[in-house]
Design a protein around this ligand. Structure first.
Ligand SMILES: [Zn+2]
Length: 60
């Protein structure tokens, strides 16, 4: 799944990828910078993870 995401707020890298994490209750999603490792918190849907990335909230 390819969605154009904003560049990383920390390093400016544009190589951002989506992670899908299986859990006991289902799946969670987060967005991760492939360069510096900045990521969003886990979200219940990919859309929420993307929204967190785009709005720069819940970043680690
Ligand atoms: Zn980065």
């Amino acid at each position: 799944m390819e969605i154009k995401l904003k560049s990383c707020p920390f390093c400016g890298c544009q190589e951002i990828f989506h992670a899908e994490i299986p859990t006991k209750k289902g799946r969670t999603y987060k967005i991760i910078c492939s360069h510096c490792g900045a990521m969003t918190g886990r979200k219940k849907t990919e859309e929420k993870a993307i929204a967190a990335w785009e709005k720069r909230y819940d970043m680690k």
